[in-house]
Design a protein around this ligand. Structure first.
Ligand SMILES: [Zn+2]
Length: 148
């Protein structure tokens, strides 16, 4: 049992070790001093997403979206509300397919919105289509329990 969790800063991608008995939602990045969790999804590029998934101990829920996608824009407030509910147990990230087409291809995205849940550095679940905040939170928790 490790006494600390490795948390990747969503702003500078710095790696922080946060003691397990310290509330992660109150922790600041040791490098840039930004909060490690803000209760809001963070916009990630490919490098940031890779780092969050591979080097962080926190499961990552990615909302794959694009600005031209109506259902994606409709789901944005729900995803934001889900972040407030799920952090700091889960890191919520948004990936814009227009800005990161190579990453979208690597993830095998066929339609958007699609949400992908990563835990332990690998994909554990994905779902397509818009969802309400409570559905997003329940889905993520359920899938994480299934792999725990
Ligand atoms: Zn930082």
């Amino acid at each position: 049992m490790s006494a600390s969790r490795q948390i990747v800063c969503p702003h500078c991608a710095g790696i922080n070790r946060v003691p397990a008995d310290r509330p992660a939602e109150a922790a600041l990045c040791g490098r840039c001093r930004a909060p490690l969790f803000s209760g809001k999804p963070v916009d990630a590029d490919s490098a940031m997403l890779d780092k969050q998934v591979r080097q962080g101990d926190v499961p990552v829920l990615v909302d794959v979206w694009a600005p031209w996608c109506g259902p994606c824009r409709m789901m944005a407030p729900a995803f934001e509300a889900a972040a407030a509910e799920l952090e700091p147990a889960v890191r919520l990230v948004k990936l814009n397919t227009d800005a990161e087409p190579e990453m979208a291809a690597r993830l095998g995205i066929r339609g958007i919105p699609t949400m992908i849940l990563f835990s332990g550095g690998r994909e554990v679940a994905r779902v397509s289509g818009a969802m309400a905040a409570s559905q997003i939170a329940a889905w993520a928790r359920g899938r994480l329990e299934a792999v725990a």
